[in-house]
Design a protein around this ligand. Structure first.
Ligand SMILES: Cc1cc2nc3c(=O)[nH]c(=O)nc-3n(C[C@H](O)[C@H](O)[C@H](O)COP(=O)(O)O)c2cc1C
Length: 188
């Protein structure tokens, strides 16, 4: 796939087939993240590949998050929890991405930008390998329970989000974008 095709056809994928994602494919996509630009060569990204137990635990945290949002009647709540857990477990592979914190606000801002570049590299590489990916920053991804589950010390690293990977079951239409003219000003 040429570079422009990859950039223009890349979509956020939320629905995946049941086909398992082989480790080597996932590793190839994550490896592209390591090559992202980063100021001062801080290489601030860390990737946590969730195994079966951690997937169950993160699904349960999402269940709690949905209940917290809703507070409906008991029967409804039980179904909402099951649905919320099933949603997470329907993602064939889950990788948490964190950004190392150094205590210097300016460098931390650059480092978060670098982690975002890494995620874009990973999503494009995955796309080129036939894999879909969604980056989520949904509220529960930064709950204290999630830091504890993933063994991430909030004084050392911030969770930049979860990446869901799988073979696409559906590829959404592109969302409309502002034209280049709308987002560009040419200065004298
Ligand atoms: C930092 C960041 C966080 C995101 N978090 C979510 C999320 O929590 N839930 C979600 O459905 N999509 C999330 N997305 C994906 C965007 O919704 C998606 O990129 C946007 O709708 C454009 O669609 P496209 O990626 O297919 O072009 C996130 C994207 C970024 C960059």
């Amino acid at each position: 796939m040429n570079l422009f095709d990859a950039i223009l056809t890349r979509r956020t994928i939320k629905e995946f087939t049941d086909q398992p994602v082989p480790d080597d494919l996932l590793h190839q996509a994550l490896d592209a993240g390591r090559w992202a630009q980063n100021h001062r060569m801080t290489e601030p990204w860390r990737f946590l590949i969730l195994g079966p137990q951690s997937r169950q635990a993160i699904a349960a945290i999402n269940g709690d998050a949905v209940l917290e949002k809703a507070r409906a009647d008991a029967g409804m709540l039980a179904k909402m929890r099951t649905d919320a857990e099933a949603k997470i477990l329907s993602k064939p592979r889950i990788v948490a991405v964190t950004c190392c914190l150094c205590g210097n606000k300016e460098v931390e801002q650059e480092d978060y930008a670098a982690v975002s570049c890494a995620v874009q590299n990973i999503q494009l590489a995955a796309w080129g390998l036939g894999l879909g990916m969604q980056w989520t920053t949904s509220g529960f991804t930064t709950w204290p329970d999630t830091y504890a589950l993933l063994g991430v010390d909030p004084a050392q690293e911030m969770i930049a989000g979860l990446l869901y990977f799988g073979f696409p079951a559906a590829v959404p239409d592109p969302k409309p974008r502002k034209s280049l003219a709308e987002v560009t000003r040419t200065l004298p």
